[in-house]
Write a protein that binds this ligand. Sequence first.
Ligand code: ZN
Ligand code: ZN
Length: 231
Amino acid sequence: MPRPLTALIFPAHCRLCRAPVSNGPDLCPGCLHDLPWLEAACTQCARPLAGAVGPVLCGACQRHAPAFDAATALLHYRPPADHLVQRFKFAGELALAPLLAGLLATRIAARPSGLPGLLIPVPLHPARLRERGFNQATELARVLGRRLGIGVDHRLCQRIRRTEPQSTLPLKQRRANLRNAFTLSGRLAAAHIAVVDDVMTSGHTSGELARVLKQAGARRVEVWVIARAGH
Ligand SMILES: [Zn+2]
Ligand SMILES: [Zn+2]
């Protein structure tokens, strides 16, 4: 029997365990349920805080608050969420963007607080963008913008310094590594902005971008990421 055309366009297999899925092309109910959902976290930086209930700040944010006001992370950056993000980012499996950003959009739509007026993906340096062929943050922001009805500006902000990957540097050098990494080429179209990225590790990258946005007049800057590293 010939396969229906839709089965060719949307191979109906779970992207993690390859089990057939009937409703939607993405994850089977078991894999969806087993994702490392990040539930309890610092309100400001989304650092995982086991057992936290309600709004709470981690010790790091209490000592030295980042320039952004709040952060939302969908998943812990650990298996299998890290594999999904790496397949999307480094293997160019772009079909994972609607899956990952769609799940994040659902979480954000369910929250009581107001939505930002503009989404800004964390820019890649032009040289890295050429190497990779796409900016993973822009792909995620586009899905989020469509689902939530928010405009995306991926041109306003540029990365003007090719910084070393943060993970290769000692902690003390990471902040300095990012100084003057970003610039804006126009006026902000909203006072409340969400910066979008795939993964937050130290928070220094989004913190530096938030600092630049605040300097340009933003009043509230959030950070939205698919996954948050850290314990
Ligand atoms: Zn599965
Ligand atoms: Zn925090």
